[in-house]
Ligand binder design. Structure first.
Ligand code: RFL
Ligand code: PHB
Length: 390
């Protein structure tokens, strides 16, 4: 068969791109390695920048987010047994973030896609992008033991960090940048009201902790844990005790405990692959870059990549010009590296590192103190947190 754009991966970046393309009449097919429920079962990001919110609206998938998402005007940094609020809106001329889970974003985009009758092949095995150094690329895959081929104009590699797209480009054409952090995040979801109406990022001698939420009745909490730790080592009781030890008293007292219904450990990593464009194949989102979740940037970067690629494809199809596609990698990477820097900086400032000595600890304390008492420093955090302009 033939289509205009083959999208590999039905995570948020693939689904969002597919929906935007369909909106301007560009045919696309999504090939996804696993099934729909598996994709929806992954609990990940929770904070949307305004640019991501606007893009979901443009894709026609913003209605539930508008109704159920929680707009936040600030966050708190906790250290030295106190909460220090950063007023994001006041520091950025009224910008804010929206708390709405990635699972819900994916769900809304999938519903829109099925309602529009757009083709998605789930359980597509051995997906392989080919011929993307020519003007006639194609993708092969297997489904129920039968091999299929889809010819197209462009291939969008939206298949995450472990996907096939990045692996399919000539490896000597790729430049990789990587930093692994010597700890992980243990996260839980529980059907209890959040400790605060805004997020709390805590630096504590026992390690980092984060209070987040999915709704006014559902909390998402994280604690920094050793990289080789196992979920089985963490009963709910141990988790709640550890979380409360890492929070200032005023926040710890407001933590409502209850049974967790999800518990997992995520490693933290910074990773960038350059370039993000190889002829007719583009890498989008986690396929090209990973950030540690401390700045809440992973999903938002996937959305900004989609915005740049979509405008390039739109220019190609509507104005018959390849200029936008040719500029994709440069534009996307410029924004990616700023978010990589911000996420690395937040991670470095808020976590305990195994090799932090007394000097390093005082530097961390001085940085946090400076941040909450200097308008210039707080403004820098705020403008990055709400999202740099596209
Ligand atoms: P995704 O969401 O990984 O989706 C990729 C999709 O591609 C499919 N796929 C394939 N399909 C066909 N053929 C293949 N060979 C394929 N290989 C893979 C996969 O099944 C999947 O459906 O990438 P996308 O769309 O770029 O979206 C990026 C975001 O998901 C990601 O940046 C964030 O979730 C990162 N992230 C977090 N970001 C935040 O902002 N805040 C968080 O709290 C947060 N927590 C997380 C995270 C990422 C995690 N990962 C990657 C393990 C927690 C975890 C555990
Ligand atoms: C989340 O709610 O999962 C979340 C929020 C903020 C972050 C990371 C994760 O920085």
């Amino acid at each position: 068969m033939r289509t205009q754009v083959v999208i590999i991966g039905s995570g948020p970046s693939g689904l969002l791109l597919g929906q935007l393309l369909a909106g301007i009449g560009v045919e696309n097919v999504i090939l996804e390695r696993v099934d729909r429920d598996y994709v929806l079962g992954r609990v990940r990001a929770g904070v949307l920048e305004q640019g991501t919110v606007d893009l979901l609206d443009e894709a026609g998938a913003g209605a539930r987010m508008r109704a159920e998402g929680l707009p936040h005007d600030g966050i708190s940094l906790a250290f030295d047994n106190r909460l220090h609020r950063i007023d994001l809106a006041a520091l950025t001329g009224g910008k804010r973030v929206t708390v709405y889970g990635q699972t819900e974003v994916t769900h809304d985009l999938m519903d829109k896609r099925s309602a529009a009758g757009l083709m998605t092949v789930y359980d597509a095995k051995n997906v392989l992008p080919q011929g993307f150094d020519t003007a006639s690329p194609f993708v092969t895959y297997e489904k129920d033991g039968v091999t299929h081929r889809i010819d197209c104009d462009f291939i969008a590699g939206c298949d995450g960090f472990h996907g096939v797209s990045r692996k399919s480009v000539p490896q000597d054409a790729l430049k990789l940048f990587e930093r692994a952090y010597p700890f992980g995040w243990l996260g839980i979801l529980a059907e209890v009201p959040p400790a605060d109406h805004e997020l709390i990022y805590a630096n504590h001698p026992r390690g980092f902790a984060l209070c987040s939420m999915r709704s006014e009745h559902r909390s998402r909490y994280y604690v920094q844990c050793p990289i080789d730790d196992k979920v089985e080592n963490w009963s709910d009781e141990r988790f709640w005790d550890e979380l409360r030890l890492r929070l200032p008293k005023e926040a710890a007292e407001k933590v409502t405990v209850g049974p967790s219904f999800e518990k997992s450990i995520a490693p933290l990593r910074s990773f960038v692959a350059e370039p993000m464009q190889f002829g007719r194949l583009s890498l989008v989102g986690d396929a090209a870059h990973i950030v540690p979740p401390t700045g809440a940037k992973g999903l938002n970067l996937a959305a900004s990549d989609v915005r740049y690629l979509f405008s390039g494809l739109k220019e190609f199809y509507l104005d018959k010009s390849p200029a936008g596609i040719d500029a994709y990698s440069g534009k996307a990477l410029s924004r990616v590296w700023k978010a990589v820097r911000f996420s690395w900086w937040m991670t470095t400032m808020l976590h305990r590192f195994p090799d932090t000595d007394a000097f390093g600890q005082r530097i961390q304390e001085a940085e946090l103190d400076y941040l909450v008492h200097s308008q210039a420093a707080a403004t820098s955090l705020a403008e990055n947190y709400v999202g740099l302009p596209y």
